[in-house]
Design a protein around this ligand. Structure first.
Ligand SMILES: [Fe+2]
Length: 401
């Protein structure tokens, strides 16, 4: 399809999305933050009247004692707790079905997610499966999930995904290796806790990759063409916090101030993408995650500087503003120089936290497939510049080892 037709369709699609969200129901959301906030969240769940809570998490977190720590106030209250700890990275429809089965057996009346994006996303879809017998495959797409779900509460144990602040969830189809996005207003967690006490044990390489995911959210929400709500303010807070704290959280995991800053940065980035969605970095990274199992944050980190260069002219003003925001330059330097400085600052931060700029998992023979899927996905986001095949090929060549 010629680019000018794609541009017209893209503008129409974004306009349609704007109209649709105008009539979408608002959702209430509470957040507890700081040391001890996991306990506050548990008390909030108890006040809601829940009596049979399904905890959705993964085995490593359970073995590390994080699940016990996070749910201490629920266990002290002597309510019925069931634990599904089978979540794996990039959860599949099969994992969701297992979690739903555990919840149905318990008769759960609330879902309590503890973990990174995989656990929280799985918990969201499990909560939707607890109130409907439909196949979750029917809910794939933006805004397609419309029914009431079991109340969801979330405690993120990474500072990256921002899933605790969004109405979206990513799920992988094991048969095709494709990642799909589900979304709907009812998937927004009723409440979340950003508790640094649960984050200090996060290993440096995961701190780095998940933090770069959060940074990608903040940047993509800021450079997107959809003007909506507080997305600009939220993404500015996110980008500033992440530039201030990611390096420290990476070098010293026990630095509570850095962990607090990163938890808040990832949360604000989540608020931003919840309003206007992500962009071309994710459009490519989702394919790398689905095809090769490259962790999401790492995949975003590989792609991020290249996409910023790709849309540098279209997003020059926003990139320049971000450069001033993070102290990479002064306003007097002019937009072009500042945009370049911001892209370089992103590269420098990536290097500081030990993330490579290439992956030898990415294979040349898959480039066409990846490009086709990425162009399709990117066309559904409010991106400043639409992807084209040749540009994706250039990027894939640069990031493959
Ligand atoms: Fe992401």
């Amino acid at each position: 399809m010629p680019m000018f037709v794609r541009k017209i369709l893209h503008k129409f699609f974004i306009l349609l999305a704007k109209v649709m969200v105008t009539f979408a129901p608002g959702a209430r959301h509470v957040v507890f933050a700081g040391s001890g906030s996991a306990r506050q969240l548990c008390e909030h769940v108890l006040r809601s009247g829940a009596t049979r809570v399904l905890v959705v998490t993964d085995k490593p977190l359970r073995e590390l004692g994080i699940v016990d720590q996070a749910t201490a106030a629920l266990r002290e209250a002597d309510i019925d707790l069931a634990i599904y700890d089978g979540v794996l990275p990039d959860p599949t429809f099969e994992i969701v079905a297992e979690g739903v089965a555990v919840g149905k057996q318990q008769g759960s009346d609330a879902v309590f997610a503890i973990g990174g994006g995989s656990a929280i996303d799985a918990a969201k879809i499990i909560s939707a499966g607890l109130t409907s017998d439909e196949s979750p495959k029917n809910w794939v797409g933006f805004g397609k999930l419309k029914h009431e779900v079991m109340p969801i509460y979330a405690i993120p144990t990474t500072s990256g995904t921002g899933s605790e602040a969004t109405m979206g969830a990513v799920i992988k189809d094991a048969a095709t290796s494709e990642k799909h996005v589900l979304s709907g207003a009812t998937l927004l967690p009723r409440a979340a806790a950003l508790d640094a006490d649960l984050l200090t044990g996060l290993p440096p390489h995961i701190t780095a990759a998940t933090g770069m995911d959060a940074l990608t959210h903040g940047i993509e929400a800021y450079i997107g063409i959809w003007e909506r709500g507080s997305r600009k303010d939220d993404s500015r807070v996110a980008v500033k916090l992440i530039f201030e704290h990611l390096g420290n959280a990476y070098h010293d995991g026990a630095d509570r101030n850095a962990r607090d800053g990163m938890a808040m940065g990832a949360y604000y980035a989540g608020l931003a993408i919840n309003q206007v969605n992500v962009g071309n970095v994710h459009a490519i990274a989702h394919q790398l995650g689905g095809k090769y199992g490259i962790p999401h944050g790492l995949a975003n980190s590989l792609v991020l500087p290249h996409i910023l260069e790709f849309c540098r002219d279209e997003a020059k003003t926003q990139l320049a503003e971000l450069a001033v925001l993070v102290g990479a330059g002064a306003e007097s330097e002019g937009e072009s120089a500042l945009a370049d400085k911001f892209i370089q600052a992103v590269r420098d931060l990536r290097t500081e936290v030990g993330i490579p700029d290439q992956s030898d998992l990415i294979k040349h023979e898959d480039f066409e497939d990846i490009a086709t899927l990425a162009i399709k996905e990117g066309g559904a986001y409010p991106v400043p510049r639409l992807l084209d095949r040749d540009s994706v090929m250039v990027i894939l060549n640069k990031i493959s080892g």
